[in-house]
Structures are given as structure tokens and as C-alpha cells.
Ligand binder design. Structure first.
Ligand SMILES: NC(=O)c1ccc[n+]([C@@H]2O[C@H](COP(=O)([O-])OP(=O)(O)OC[C@H]3O[C@@H](n4cnc5c(N)ncnc54)[C@H](O)[C@@H]3O)[C@@H](O)[C@H]2O)c1
Ligand SMILES: [Zn+2]
Length: 410
């Protein structure tokens, strides 16, 4: 049927490769050798019960798993991908709080981390100097091509850890263990890694997808209330651009989210993750659709960098950036008034800033000109057509100030 022997092996190889590719997009793979059907069905059920979202990227597909109360998921994921030594990159706030929990989860899965590198915390440390220090520490601790890096911390840590994994010996695998809500719903998923270069946010980086992401909402309990709200801004963003039902759920869950109830937080995070995983799966390198994830970020990044680090958190800046994008949308006749009111209402109810004052805006606008997303002289904006639906538009820098001015929504 397959012709002469030579061709046959070629055909079989092609079939096997295609199979491996499609199997790779499964949420999990199970060894079935020698297991009796009863044991096998037990194993399948076990995996089936674990809440997982796949980021579908062919052979590089990975799962985002929601950890149960036992906290074992992280160690299990690391064990599934570790080839030899495991190295943890964390920061000096997270390590004393959660380092033991991480090590216990690893140990329960038969793994002892070879070294833990805790960097100084904060956005101000997200630069190449820290990357060099981490890489040196990794090499000194014996990291080789078979090393696996675990990024255990907020978005700053997972951005640094992922970038170190991308560049160490031209790339070693890594697993993301986010400890902030923002890290869980956004920074740890999607493969964008990197650091700031002076005032230029995320100016140095690489796409390097993790082998797995484990979202353990218990970690968020020690996060600052301000940090947690910052994560909620990205959840509102995800709902606004792609999921009207999630947006409604958030509106219903405002009180529980303000109280940081675990179940409400998990549902919100799950909704946002589904949106991000699907978009990244369709457009990994931001050739097109992935740009919608930048809703609120065009002005948001500029606001975040302006006035020094630490004045606005990433999420607060994104909340204000969404306000700016809503104003632009309304001015251009793309965003209906009712949509503006609902997004503003939800952000406000969740305790996020919505009053974008003229002074901050004036100070931030020049930085927008340097935004790396600027194309051919005009600035790209993601606008909302409806809750859950977007439209891209390009704005001339000279027209920007008038379009984002408060008068439009006052
Ligand atoms: N790569 C991406 O796709 C992507 C997406 C969104 C944001 N980001 C990046 O993420 C960063 C912001 O992330 P972030 O808000 O998590 O900031 P962060 O990592 O600086 O964490 C905020 C603070 O909380 C501390 N912390 C972290 N987890 C804690 C916990 N469980 N308990 C107590 N304290 C804890 C940290 O030490 C830090 O001081 C920005 O640099 C942003 O650019 C990246
Ligand atoms: Zn963001």
C-alpha cells in the first residue's frame, strides 16, 4: 500500500510526526504500558479532574493548571519536565513567604532544587544587571543545557526568569509559578519574557514559552491589596476584549473579588486565562490578533513609566490606559457610551483608578511616541466596539492629545 521500503519509512515518519504534533496539543499525556484497564481508567480520571487550560502551540503546547489545596501540582509539573537539575528564581519577598511551600511540592514529587536565586524585588530591578546576576548564579550553581528554571514570583520575577531561561546556553526549559494575580492571569502565560532598558519598558526580551504554568491561588493571599487589584485590571481587560459573559460574571462578583475570596478569584483568573491562552494559540508572536491584548497598554505603559517607578502599578496604569482607549473609541464613534460606562463602572467598583487627569496625560503622551508598538508614524490603539469585541485603529500622534482629553467623557 505504501510503496517501496524507502518511501514507506518516509510516509510512516510523516504520519508519526503529525501524530506527535496533534498529541502534543493534548492537555496531558499518560503512559499506558502494561497498565490494566482499571488502573488506566483511574489515571485518566485523575488527570481529567485537574483543571487545565492548554495553550495550543503544536509541539510546544503547554498546560496552565489550577493547583488544588494540596499544592502538589507545581512539583508534578516540574517533575514532568525536569531533565536533570532544577533551579528556582524568586525574589526576596516571595522566597521567605513561599519558598518552603515550593520546595515541599518539589520534594513530594521527588525533586530537590539545586539552587534558589532570590533577586531584589520590584520593577526597578527588572533590568539587564539583574539578568546578568541571575545567569552568573545559575552557571556557578552548575546549570547546563539540561537545567530547568522555575520562575517563582510576580510578573517581574517570571519576566526575568523566563528571559534567563531563554538566553542561558541559547535556551533551557522553564516552568512558571506565578505568585501574584497579575502574574497568574497575564505575565506568566504567553511566552513574552524580558526586562526594561532604562525608561523603555520591556525593551529587551525574547519569546520563550514555558513548559507549564501552575496557578496556585493560595499564593495571592499574601500579595498586597493594591497588587491584587492590579491583577484584576488585566482580568477586566481580558473580559472587555473577548468575553462578555466573563464581564457579566465579574460585575456580579464584585463584592467577593473585593474580599479576595479564593473561588471568585479563581473563576476570574480562569476566565482571563482562557481568553489569553486562545489568543496566544492563534497568534503567538503578535503578527496580528495578539495585539488586542494591548487594550489599555498604549497609554498605560507610558503612564506606568512616567513619574518614576512605583507610582502607579502596572494594573493601575492599564486601568487608566483603558479609560484613555475608551475616550478615543468614543471620540471616533467606535465605542458606544454604554460600553464606556460599564467598563468605567466595573473598574471603579473593583477599586481601580478611573480618573485620568489631564496633567498625568500630558506628561505621559510624549513617551507614547517612543512606544515600540508605534507603526509608520501613527499609534496603534485597540478600541472596544462592544463588551467582548475590539477594533484596531491608527491615530496620528498630533491628533492624540485631543482624542484622549477628558472632555470626551466628562
Ligand atoms: N510577560 C508578559 O506577558 C507580561 C504581562 C503583564 C505584565 N508583565 C510584567 O509584570 C510585571 C508586574 O507584575 P507584578 O504586578 O506581579 O509585580 P511584581 O512581580 O513586582 O510583584 C509586586 C510585589 O509583590 C511582591 N510579591 C509577589 N508575590 C507575592 C506574594 N505572593 N506575597 C507577597 N508579596 C508578593 C513582589 O516581591 C513585589 O514586591 C511588570 O514588570 C510587567 O511588565 C509581563
Ligand atoms: Zn499588562
Amino acid at each position: 500500500l505504501l510503496g517501496p521500503e524507502g518511501d514507506r519509512s518516509e510516509v510512516l515518519d510523516t504520519i508519526l510526526a503529525a501524530r506527535r504534533e496533534s498529541y502534543a496539543e493534548a492537555h496531558a499525556t499518560l503512559p499506558t504500558d502494561d497498565a490494566p484497564p482499571a488502573a488506566l481508567s483511574q489515571r485518566v480520571l485523575e488527570v481529567w479532574r485537574r483543571p487545565m487550560i492548554a495553550v495550543p502551540l503544536g509541539a510546544r503546547t503547554y498546560a496552565v493548571e489550577l493547583a488544588a489545596e494540596d499544592g502538589l501540582a507545581l512539583g508534578r509539573t516540574v517533575a514532568a519536565h525536569a531533565r536533570s537539575a532544577v533551579f528556582v528564581v524568586s525574589d526576596r519577598n516571595v522566597e521567605p513567604l513561599w519558598g518552603d511551600a515550593l520546595r515541599a511540592s518539589l520534594r513530594a514529587n521527588g525533586i530537590e532544587a539545586k539552587a534558589t536565586i532570590a533577586v531584589p524585588p520590584g520593577e526597578g530591578e527588572k533590568h539587564l544587571g539583574t539578568v546578568e546576576a541571575v545567569l552568573r548564579a545559575l552557571v556557578e550553581a552548575g546549570a547546563d543545557r539540561d537545567a530547568l528554571v522555575v520562575g517563582h514570583g510576580g510578573g517581574v520575577v517570571t519576566d526575568i526568569a523566563g528571559f534567563c531561561a531563554a538566553t542561558l546556553l541559547r535556551g533551557v526549559p522553564w516552568v512558571a509559578a506565578p505568585t501574584t494575580l497579575l502574574g497568574m492571569v497575564d505575565a506568566a502565560v504567553g511566552g513574552k519574557t524580558g526586562v526594561d532598558l532604562g525608561a523603555a519598558k520591556n525593551a529587551v526580551g525574547a519569546f520563550h514559552q514555558p513548559k507549564g504554568v501552575v496557578v496556585d491561588m493560595s499564593r495571592a493571599a499574601t500579595e498586597s491589596p493594591r497588587g491584587f487589584r492590579s491583577g484584576l485590571a488585566e482580568v477586566v481587560k481580558a473580559a472587555s476584549i473577548a468575553d462578555a459573559a466573563l464581564f457579566e460574571a465579574l460585575e456580579r462578583q464584585v463584592e467577593a473579588l473585593r474580599r479576595r475570596e479564593r473561588t471568585a478569584a479563581e473563576l476570574a483568573a480562569w476566565g482571563a486565562l482562557r481568553v489569553k491562552a486562545a489568543i496566544v494559540g492563534r497568534d503567538e508572536h503578535e503578527a496580528g490578533e495578539r495585539a488586542v491584548l494591548n487594550f489599555g497598554h498604549t497609554i498605560g505603559h507610558a503612564l506606568e513609566m512616567q513619574g518614576g517607578l512605583g507610582r502607579l502599578t502596572h494594573g493601575e496604569a492599564v486601568a487608566l490606559g483603558m479609560i484613555a482607549a475608551l475616550r478615543v473609541g468614543e471620540r471616533l464613534g467606535v465605542t458606544p457610551r454604554g460600553v464606556v460606562e460599564r467598563v468605567v463602572g466595573l473598574l471603579d467598583a473593583l477599586g481601580l483608578p478611573t480618573n485620568l487627569d489631564a496633567e498625568d496625560l500630558a506628561a505621559a503622551l510624549p513617551a507614547v511616541a517612543f512606544d515600540k508598538k508605534r507603526r509608520g508614524g501613527s499609534i496603534r490603539f485597540v478600541l472596544l466596539r462592544a463588551i467582548g469585541a475590539t477594533e484596531l485603529c491608527w491615530v496620528e500622534p498630533s491628533a492624540l492629545a485631543a482624542l484622549v482629553s477628558p472632555a470626551a467623557t466628562a
